[in-house]
Design a protein around this ligand. Structure first.
Ligand SMILES: *[C@@H]1O[C@H](CO)[C@@H](O)[C@H](O)[C@H]1NC(C)=O
Ligand SMILES: *[C@@H]1O[C@H](CO)[C@@H](O)[C@H](O)[C@H]1NC(C)=O
Ligand SMILES: *[C@@H]1O[C@H](CO)[C@@H](O)[C@H](O)[C@H]1NC(C)=O
Ligand SMILES: *[C@@H]1O[C@H](CO)[C@@H](O)[C@H](O)[C@H]1NC(C)=O
Ligand SMILES: *[C@@H]1O[C@H](CO)[C@@H](O)[C@H](O)[C@H]1NC(C)=O
Length: 398
């Protein structure tokens, strides 16, 4: 144990030697990660809070901002956060993935530094340690365009983040025990919209409000575990404006299939009767459909949301066809990996084909998932530590 603490101390001091340089503005955050008790599906359960919030705080940043987040781990287990979709994390100390990063030990803190360089769009962060993501610790991360960069739509009245999750009422430790005893996680117990599921008993507090006639940006992310979620808003259409960091051709959708890890930015205009409306997220591709709801309220509205929910699409084909309708807007501003057209995808000759096959099997009585028969095992020496001491060839398991 003393050895582990020693290694991690070395790890932390090595990690903090690399600072963030540059003249771009800085955003500083201090986050306190703790357990709390909430009842998102009506049953009290342990959740992971950041600064007492579930989901965690939104990071509202602008392209090229330097972000500094001092994370205090007050859980009883090691903890790490990753910044999904952020391309430039300065260096791999900021990745937040076990195996490259040392976890933040209970009772200690670690400061992430990264720059959201040349990026725009909607993203989210989440814990990568153990089953923590099933308990919380996730939240939205938005990158606004700098003022001098034109955006292909008018400034919305406000900007809302919607984090969707399939959700278990079992604690993350109970879920881990299931896998460790060779069993599966089975089906989730419900779907959450920003950590809640509206009961429809007239007492639901709205998650968002809209002024009549105004247009709002909603950033919708699926931070869940297993299920694609179909997202729709009663009586309203959504104009898709951004996905995966790029402005897109602005098609209008009645619903969107949001796959695990995906985010979309859409515009919604408050052009219906002034009352409450449900946002609905329901699981796809399973016989048993789980549904989560959240309330949007018109500021001049009086009536509750209609209990009649908009129907979800059925089948895989619908989802594939919807995906085919997404197109980059090639004339809009965006950070792009490389000049438009220079890849000439259609004319590249295939020289090698790699198949990835997923599987599940028992390993010493535990259930483990694998790609091409290989499952993740944490190396005995964290990779970054091995790199720091140049001991790559001395018995480090990769
Ligand atoms: C974090 O929260 C815990 C529990 O509320 C509290 O005891 C602790 O002082 C807080 N730490 C920081 C750094 O705010
Ligand atoms: C987010 O940051 C932008 C740019 O600093 C600011 O204009 C906007 O008001 C912020 N939005 C929220 C919801 O904090
Ligand atoms: C831990 O927090 C303290 C107090 O804010 C700060 O001075 C220190 O740099 C942090 N340590 C790490 C490793 O981030
Ligand atoms: C693409 O972006 C340009 C530049 O902002 C805009 O004028 C145009 O309307 C957009 N096209 C579509 C199809 O969304
Ligand atoms: C692909 O192969 C064909 C036939 O060998 C060749 O003519 C062509 O130049 C190759 N294309 C590229 C992009 O290498």
């Amino acid at each position: 144990m003393a050895g582990v603490v020693f290694l991690v101390l070395l790890c932390i001091s090595a990690g903090t030697m690399v600072g963030v340089r540059g003249e771009d503005p800085y955003l500083f955050f201090t986050w306190n990660v703790t357990y709390g008790t909430l009842s998102p599906l009506g049953v009290p359960q342990q959740v992971i809070l950041i600064n007492n919030q579930f989901p965690g705080p939104n990071i509202n940043s602008t392209s090229n901002n330097n972000i500094v987040i001092n994370v205090f781990n007050n859980l009883d287990e090691p903890f790490l956060l990753t910044w999904s979709g952020i391309q430039q994390r300065k260096n791999s100390w900021q990745d937040g993935v076990l195996g490259t990063n040392c976890p933040i030990l209970p009772g200690t803190n670690f400061t992430y530094h990264f720059q959201v360089k040349d990026q725009i769009g909607s993203y989210f962060y989440y814990p990568t340690t153990g089953m923590h993501r099933t308990a919380g610790g996730f939240g939205g991360l938005r990158i606004n365009s700098r003022l001098l960069i034109p955006v292909p739509y008018a400034d919305p009245e406000d900007d809302y983040t919607v984090i969707l999750n399939d959700w278990y009422t079992k604690s993350h430790t109970a879920l881990q025990k299931l896998l460790d005893s060779g069993r599966t996680l089975a089906r989730p117990d419900g779907v959450l919209v920003n950590g809640k599921n509206a009961m429809g008993d007239g007492k639901d507090e709205p998650l968002f409000t809209m002024k009549p006639g105004k247009t709002y940006k909603y950033r919708i992310c699926n931070a869940g575990l297993k299920n694609t979620l179909n997202f729709r808003i009663q009586g309203h259409t959504m104009k898709l404006v951004e996905m995966e960091g790029s402005h897109v051709v602005q098609n209008v959708y009645e619903s969107l299939d949001v796959h695990v890890g995906q985010c979309f930015s859409v515009l919604v205009t408050a052009n219906q009767d002034p009352k409450d409306y449900y946002m609905v997220a329901s699981t796809r591709f399973n016989k048993q459909v789980l549904t989560g709801k959240g309330i949007i309220r018109y500021t001049n509205g009086k009536d509750p949301a209609s209990p009649e929910l908009p129907e979800a699409p059925v089948g895989w084909a619908w989802s594939l066809n919807q995906f085919r309708s997404f197109r980059w807007n090639l004339t809009a501003s965006a950070a792009r990996p490389n000049p438009q057209g220079s890849y000439h995808y259609g004319s590249i000759n295939i020289t090698r084909t790699i198949k990835l096959i997923n599987s599940a099997s028992q390993e010493g009585g535990k259930l483990r998932y694998a790609l091409n028969g290989v499952s993740h095992v944490n190396p005995e020496t964290p990779l970054k530590l091995a790199e720091y001491y140049g001991s790559r060839r001395q018995g480090v398991q990769v």
